[in-house]
Design a binder for this molecule. Structure first.
Ligand SMILES: Nc1ncnc2c1ncn2[C@@H]1O[C@H](COP(=O)(O)OP(=O)(O)OP(=O)(O)O)[C@@H](O)[C@H]1O
Ligand SMILES: [Mg+2]
Length: 566
């Protein structure tokens, strides 16, 4: 039985294992150690695939694939792929399954447990969704840990950092974190963490693309490259490649066609990203202030994440911190290595102790009794509060006829500007609503409601509500909690997508014809539903390898399509 560590990234993912006293990264079944975080339906055989092979066929047909799923984790959305709607957790579970199966092949044993990393700035619902994704993939998720903390842990395997303050600057594809840790003997003490959950290399690609589109129009008269089309995606890919070239060279060319291309100077690219990258300096300041340290107190700065290869980023960090950053561990693999190191801690083969913090604060939206203003953020757990600590707060009713308290829990990003959690009843910028619950409050004004918040080791919070007057515990669930049954349903759905049914080849042309009928838009609502129902039942029969049912449905669907064609 193996226990693996996974860095589930916005653009790339890695899997590692702890063996013979050290963590090491494993390559996937396609032979890549850095695995593209993409899921797609291969048009050649209509099978679901994961990883670097997806990048190839998605280039020509963006409809066939999904990327950047991590940016949607915890959102209440579904994403369509191959005619089926999936939650972000379900799609992420496919990436995790791929990594799990790769590890099983490399290690020659089954993988049962895992640790998955998330950005330090990941909100509670996104963390819970990550845990669900691991469970849908059939693993026991022993812990969700913060990426910069994992990187610091991995760094400690190669270098002696005892007694030092280390700053981890992690700029990846989709998120930015900066953490300050202190290593004291076996204890890795996270002093503070800050950052932006929506900043990364993907944003630089988009900025460069906008610039290129503008230049193509002005210099070559190229118009009408619509967002989301194949041409647009292809150009975005070329912009990312040019961005990487610019990390090593002074200029790069983005070719649209053989004769229509745009040359980019490194300085032009730097001007484009400066407004975004410069903001990371504010996060460094916040982290230093929160840790109660001066920049001179930082003994070393380590860079993690692919976007730290950009010279402008390296210069900014060097200038801001007054020292050259080091890149001891591989910036692409540090996080996965740290996740594997964490597995050893949980198993007890390593004597390290990690004391982590939450980059975000937690609180409730209240009515200010003095000003009457609503939606005011009342912080309960400050940012950079330590994990596994309990905080209790008491609320009271205000008016004579108040029979309820509406209890709304929020999480606030470390760099959020706004002070109010809600505006017009909706979450304000930088705030994530975790829960909303109306609690009955019988009795005269001043009745109390006690709320106890606990940081879990996953960086999520558990909340317990209690009404002292009635001595009652109030059942309470945060937004992203799901039951075992839902995990089971998701697992069945995702597994059915994976299944290589023996009968699929027989009925595929029929299913394609049915799909075309649906897409034609000529069907009445009633007929449309008939086709959809048969298709769904067919998918279930295929997944169950139920030959009799497949044959029966094959007949019914053939008849129906024949009737529609008349
Ligand atoms: N040489 C390079 N120059 C500039 N950017 C690079 C270079 N190499 C990789 N990148 C960028 O780094 C990003 C990927 O980094 P990484 O794999 O660390 O991120 P991730 O783990 O997928 O994302 P996150 O940690 O934010 O979820 C991509 O945006 C990629 O374009
Ligand atoms: Mg990463």
């Amino acid at each position: 039985m193996a226990f693996i560590g996974i860095d589930l990234g916005t653009t790339t993912s890695e899997v590692a294992v702890y063996r013979d006293g050290a963590p090491r990264v494993l390559s996937d079944v396609q032979g890549n150690t850095i695995v593209d975080s993409k899921v797609g339906i291969d048009p050649a055989d209509r099978k679901l695939k994961v990883g670097n092979v997806v990048s190839d066929f998605v280039k020509h047909d963006p409809e066939n694939g999904v990327s950047e799923i991590k940016r949607r984790m915890g959102d209440d959305v579904t994403i369509e792929l191959g005619g089926e709607n999936y939650s972000p957790a379900e799609l992420s579970s496919m990436i995790l399954t791929h990594l799990k199966e790769s590890a099983e092949e490399r290690l020659g044993e089954e993988v049962e447990q895992c640790v998955i990393t998330v950005p330090a700035n990941f909100p509670d619902p996104a963390r819970r969704a990550t845990r669900q994704a691991g469970e849908i993939a059939g693993m026991t998720v022993e812990r969700i840990i913060n990426e910069p903390t994992a990187a610091a842990l991995a760094y400690g395997y190669d270098e002696d950092v005892d007694g030092e303050h280390v700053m981890v600057y992690d700029l990846g594809g989709g998120t930015f974190d900066v953490s300050i840790v202190e290593q004291v003997g076996p204890v890795l003490d996270v002093k503070a963490s800050a950052g932006d959950p929506h900043l990364g290399g993907k944003d630089f690609d988009r900025a460069l693309l906008d610039h290129v589109l503008d230049r193509l129009r002005r210099e070559h008269g190229v118009e009408g490259i619509e967002e989301g089309t194949g041409a647009w995606h292809a150009l975005l890919g070329k912009c990312e490649a040019a961005k990487k070239t610019l990390s090593a060279c002074e200029r790069a060319t983005v070719d649209y066609t053989l004769t229509e291309s745009v040359e980019i100077e490194r300085s032009t690219f730097e001007d484009l990203i400066a407004p975004m990258v410069d903001k990371t300096e504010d996060a460094i300041d916040v982290a230093l202030t929160e840790a109660d340290l001066e920049k001179e107190d930082i003994d070393r700065v380590i860079l993690v994440g692919g976007s730290t290869r950009i010279p402008y980023v390296q210069r900014l960090v060097e200038r801001g911190m007054g020292q050259a950053p080091r890149s001891g561990v591989d910036p692409d693999k540090a996080v996965a290595l740290g996740a594997a190191a964490q597995t050893a801690i949980i198993e007890g083969t390593s004597d390290q102790i990690i004391m982590d913090v939450s980059a975000q604060s937690f609180g409730t939206a209240i009515v200010d009794a003095r000003t009457g203003q609503t939606g005011v953020y009342d912080e309960i757990i400050p940012a950079n509060g330590k994990y596994q600590k309990e905080y209790t707060e008491t609320y009271g009713t205000l008016y004579e006829d108040q029979k309820t308290i509406e209890f709304r829990v929020y999480q606030r990003e470390s760099m959020a500007d706004a002070e109010r959690a809600e505006v017009g009843g909706e979450p304000n910028d930088g705030f994530t609503r975790l829960a909303k619950r109306v609690v009955d409050m019988p009795g005269p004004p001043g009745q109390e409601l006690e709320a106890t918040y606990t940081y879990t080791q996953d960086g999520t919070i558990d909340i317990r509500l209690y009404v002292p007057r009635t001595d009652e515990e109030v059942a309470f669930e945060t937004r992203a909690e799901v039951d075992e049954e839902q995990i089971e349903r998701s697992r069945a759905k995702v597994e059915s997508a994976w299944k290589d049914s023996t009968y699929l080849d027989d009925v595929e042309p029929l299913m394609d014809a049915a799909r075309r009928e649906l897409e034609s838009g000529d069907l009445s609502v009633e007929k449309q539903q008939e086709v959809e129902t048969l298709m769904r039942r067919m998918k279930d029969a295929l997944a169950a390898e139920d030959e009799a049912a497949v044959r029966q449905l094959e007949e019914e669907l053939t008849d129906l399509l024949f009737e529609l064609d008349l």
